[in-house]
Design a protein around this ligand. Structure first.
Ligand code: 13P
Ligand code: SF4
Length: 307
């Protein structure tokens, strides 16, 4: 892809300011191609943990991802180009719900998806992402685990770690984009139209669709599977930004959305224009209060050690 003038200006400014550009797989393709690191939540967490010799992190993703980068780098400036890039699932877990569950089940460790706000992470035993949730829960060897906020990710974990009882916080936390994909009827129709094709679902998808999919994968898992598979047509059950990436990286294969228009509006709040502006002004800066940051960091670091 030939770079446009704005992309070139961003790259130049990024270099002048010694900034690192971390980009989630759901961002628009024009931002994906200028990333220093393009990845899933876990890969971006790992990259943020290893940051050295840079003056600033620019995070193109949603609020909880940028907060995580700030928590892992308390001495660095972390900026997010739009304060409106807010993941509604992360906002679904209230502190009241979480604290009540901890009171009701004092013996149970708390496993929180990284799609939570920093305040909630500060109350967690350990965090997880869609790439490691089953491994993290298994590693605790617990009979009961408080788990949230994504109930569908909980279903994915429960199937792979059947001995454990999950107490969901909240009762019905979910991602509206993956819920919109539904039970996979459209994907099944596409699979019939393209014999030999594969269906993938993200663990945030509804249980019925997870059951009908050939693979249930994080976005990073999808990037790897896209390279490995011999299938020529793949039906992808996640946010459509990921399809831009894997189509660019695997031009001989055809990737179709499991449901058209499965787009995360929070992710799409970030544009080349506000990214450029954020670099010029070095704001909006992501601020996490120190007492919260110190405790949240423990939960994130435990996850990074365990996975
Ligand atoms: P991944 O960690 O699989 O990239 O998922 C992040 C996310 O927000 C999915 O909706
Ligand atoms: Fe949040 Fe869903 Fe968007 Fe992921 S796709 S950032 S979970 S709203």
């Amino acid at each position: 892809m030939e770079l446009n003038e704005l992309q070139k200006k961003i790259l130049k400014l990024k270099q002048e300011k010694n900034a690192l550009l971390l980009v989630h797989n759901y961002q628009i393709p024009e931002i994906q191609v200028i990333a220093d690191l393009l990845g899933d939540s876990l890969e971006l967490c790992r990259a943020a943990q290893k940051v050295e010799d840079i003056d600033m992190i620019v995070f193109c993703g949603v609020d909880f991802m940028a907060e995580t980068a700030a928590i892992l780098n308390p001495d660095k400036k972390v900026i997010i180009p739009s304060v409106k890039a807010v993941c509604p699932m992360a906002a679904m877990l209230s502190m009241d719900t979480l604290m009540e569950a901890k009171k009701q089940h004092p013996e149970a460790p708390v496993v929180l998806y990284v799609n939570t706000l920093a305040e909630a992470k500060a109350e967690a035993t350990i965090t997880c992402t869609s790439a490691n949730a089953d491994k993290i829960v298994r590693s605790l060897n617990a009979e009961k685990v408080i788990f949230g906020p994504d109930k569908n990710l909980g279903y994915y974990v429960q199937k792979r770690v059947p001995g454990v009882e999950l107490v969901y916080v909240p009762d019905d936390g979910h991602c509206y984009v993956h819920r919109f994909i539904g039970n996979g009827d459209e994907a099944i129709k596409l699979k019939k139209r393209y014999p030999g094709s594969e269906i993938w679902a993200h663990p945030e998808c509804e249980p019925e669709f997870q059951e009908r999919a050939d693979y249930v994968l994080s976005t990073g898992g999808m990037v790897r599977r896209a390279k490995e598979t011999d299938a020529e047509v793949i039906i992808v059950g996640t946010e459509v930004g990921l399809i831009d990436r894997i189509s660019r990286e695997n031009p001989s294969k055809m990737f179709l959305p499991a449901k058209k228009y499965s787009e995360c509006s929070a992710m799409k709040r970030i544009t080349l224009e506000n990214l450029y502006q954020a670099l010029v002004e070095e704001k909006p800066v992501v601020i996490v209060p120190e007492d919260i940051s110190i405790r949240a960091r423990l939960a994130i670091e435990r996850m990074l050690e365990a996975s």
